[in-house]
Design a protein around this ligand. Structure first.
Ligand SMILES: *Cc1c(COP(=O)(O)O)cnc(C)c1O
Length: 425
């Protein structure tokens, strides 16, 4: 229980409604506290968090080790800017590059900034190493992609909600269908292709899992054609899908086996979200020297990128993943979750299917995309103590923190089953 707050949930929602831009449509719940897999609202009601802040909170809410690292550093030195060295950044850079098997890292803050960084890096590499004529570089992306919200990134989105009336759009991108190796093979052979940027599983699009072999095949096609393979693992990375990185494919080794070599098969790796366990905005772009060396002093930067708090939080967040074997936990709980959902689906016409990998999963509701059914189910789930959010109308994403136990997962599946079973359209 939390002691009584002065303002009720109702009043706090009104404040946001009145004083904040309406760029989100939140579920009507006002959270005041988090611990591990749980969050509490202002009135003290406890919920299971099945969104994990879009997979930022893989390590669980307010993980003591991450909070401690952050608190200690915050009392010592918070920001120097990159005009000077600080005594954390180098250690963090050594740690993260060894962890993921790359030569170099470029630290940023948000996922969108890291995606922008990867785009700039790819273009510069294309002009200076590949010899593409200036201003002609093209980057291939996928239909229904989600890479963030900046003007350049929404320029190559095909979601009208994300990009309508935000033009003129940045040129230099070609969109192909997701999960379509023959389209990639065809387009990649065109002129001036610099890179292919892809989400190994499309999270925002509704947890779209590509065919087995798509990512491996795409990497191969890129290599054969001298095109950079850029993996946006902002949502899928860092244990979420039951592998440290989902581009690694079917390996939960956490980088301790010979398959570690597969990490470097991404020419550019983009990380964010869980890189801080949700404590702080920390993102990163990783690449080998051949690519990273094209960026020289003054050509790219960020006031907050690489600050000492971010460095300490990043190290702690990655240590927790490894120490608590969260990747392996995501993998085994994911299998259990999908098995439980499939049992439920046999007994209800309301849910069509479950899909996902590790603890990044979604169920598809048997109703049209513009119906409110998925939203209404999420409201009922909330009443029953579990928070999840619809994505693209009739899809509900389920992505709890990876620190969940088997018993807790069963309890959550019971809540979902009971809610769906009692639901009437
Ligand atoms: C969330 C997300 C981003 C953007 O991250 P922000 O921190 O919100 O800017 C980029 N790519 C993917 C795949 C994401 O899920």
């Amino acid at each position: 229980m939390i002691e009584n707050n002065i303002l009720s949930s109702e009043e706090l929602m009104k404040l946001e409604e009145r004083h904040g831009a309406h760029n989100y449509h939140p579920l009507p719940v006002v959270l005041a506290k988090g611990d591990g897999v749980y969050v509490w609202d202002v009135e003290g009601k406890r919920y299971y968090d099945f969104l994990s802040a879009y997979s930022a909170v893989n390590q669980g809410h307010c993980h003591p080790k991450i909070v401690d690292a952050m608190q200690t550093q915050t009392e010592t030195l918070t920001l120097t800017s990159r005009a000077f060295y600080n005594d954390v950044l180098g250690r963090y850079e050594k740690y993260i590059t060894e962890y993921f098997g790359f030569d170099k890292v470029l630290p940023m803050n948000t996922g969108a900034e890291a995606v922008e960084t990867a785009i700039k890096l790819c273009r510069k590499w294309a002009y200076e190493k590949k010899g593409i004529p200036e201003n002609q570089a093209q980057i291939i992306v996928c239909d229904n992609n989600f890479h963030g919200r900046t003007t350049t990134i929404v320029s190559f989105s095909n979601d009208p909600v994300a990009n309508q009336n935000f033009g003129p759009y940045t040129p230099g991108f070609i969109r192909i269908p997701y999960n379509d190796l023959s389209a990639l093979e065809r387009i990649v052979q065109g002129e001036n292709i610099a890179g292919f940027m892809v989400e190994p599983i499309q999270g925002e699009a509704g947890v779209m899992v590509p065919d087995e072999g798509f990512i491996k095949g795409a990497k191969e096609i890129c290599r054969k054609n001298g095109v950079l393979f850029i993996a946006d693992e902002v949502q899928t990375g860092i244990g979420r899908t039951g592998a440290l990185l989902s581009v690694c494919g079917d390996c939960a080794c956490e980088g301790h086996c010979e398959k570690q070599a597969t990490y470097t098969e991404s020419d550019i790796l983009i990380l964010g979200k869980a890189l801080s366990g949700g404590a702080y905005p920390v993102s990163a772009v990783l690449a080998d020297d051949e690519v990273m060396e094209v960026i020289r002093p003054g050509q790219h930067g960020s006031t907050f990128g690489g600050n000492p708090v971010a460095g300490q939080v990043g190290i702690a967040a990655l240590e927790v993943i490894r120490d608590e074997k969260l990747t392996q936990n995501a993998r085994s709980l994911g299998e259990l979750f999908r098995a439980r959902m499939n049992q439920m689906i046999e007994k209800t016409a309301l849910v069509l299917l479950v899909r996902g990998k590790g603890l990044l999963n979604a169920i598809v509701i048997n109703d049209s995309e513009d119906s409110s059914t998925a939203w209404d189910i999420c409201i009922q789930l909330k009443e029953n103590g579990l928070l999840a959010k619809p994505t693209h109308g009739n899809i509900i994403r389920f992505a709890p923190p990876l620190v969940m136990t088997i018993e807790q997962l069963h309890e959550c599946c019971d809540i979902i089953e009971k809610t769906i079973g009692a639901f009437r359209i």
